[in-house]
Write a protein that binds this ligand. Structure first.
Ligand SMILES: [Zn+2]
Length: 229
């Protein structure tokens, strides 16, 4: 599946888990991250390794030369973001980035990073997440979809009622899930439990993901559904 398919599917999967329009950037970051293992995305991965590696390196220097300025939280975050890029750097196409383990790890780290950045601005936080997984050309292409989705969300004015850290983790996670779902629908399938299991998930398992997604939507919106009934 190409970037366009994953973008549209990401918006559909993420829409019910969004409370404010700028979270669409988080959904798209989750939906586009797995394909960073593609050779054509090497520039994005290398840029990410360089920036996060730089943050880690500066923190190590501070630890040895000026401990007062050393920030353990920033250090752990830098190492985690470095790992986010290291996975696609070494992974073969549809390898580790297309697994549920990666979904949990990446959405937790990206969600946490956005949560921290949201103290500056939540729009800025979402935008940074999206910039982390795109280059100039890709960003330009998907922006059209992002802005359209933003407008739809503004009209719908949904209020999921999820706050704090989960406000940032959930959109990335469901965007990510949409990517795994999308790839199960292709003939090549996805080994989503690799390396624990090499079982290739295809259409049949894809429908199972779809059912789980529907159940998640019903669970998160149970209050609203019950009030209508
Ligand atoms: Zn993929």
């Amino acid at each position: 599946m190409n970037w366009k398919g994953h973008t549209i599917l990401g918006i559909i999967f993420g829409l019910p888990f969004i409370s404010s329009p700028e979270q669409i950037f988080l959904v798209l970051a989750g939906a586009l991250y797995p394909d960073l293992d593609h050779d054509v995305k090497e520039d994005i991965v290398k840029r990410g390794l360089l920036i996060s590696g730089g943050i880690v390196f500066i923190n190590i220097l501070l630890y040895f030369f000026d401990k007062k300025l050393f920030n353990i939280e920033l250090f752990i975050l830098g190492v985690s973001v470095f790992l986010i890029y290291l996975i696609p750097y070494f992974s073969e196409h549809r390898g580790l980035t297309h697994t549920f383990w990666s979904l949990i790890f990446v959405s937790s780290i990206l969600g946490y990073l956005s949560y921290k950045l949201s103290f500056i601005s939540s729009v800025f936080a979402g935008l940074i997440s999206l910039l982390m997984v795109t280059n100039e050309a890709l960003l330009g292409r998907i922006m059209m979809y992002a802005i359209f989705a933003w407008a739809v969300l503004d009209i719908l004015n949904l209020k999921l009622g999820v706050s704090g850290l989960y406000h940032y983790i959930l959109p990335v996670a469901f965007g990510y899930l949409s990517h795994i779902f999308g790839d199960t629908m292709t003939p090549a399938g996805v080994r989503a439990f690799y390396p624990v299991s090499n079982y290739k998930m295809k259409k049949k398992e894809g429908y199972l993901i779809l059912i789980l997604w529907i159940l998640a939507v019903l669970y998160f919106w149970r209050g609203m559904i019950l009030s209508i009934i």
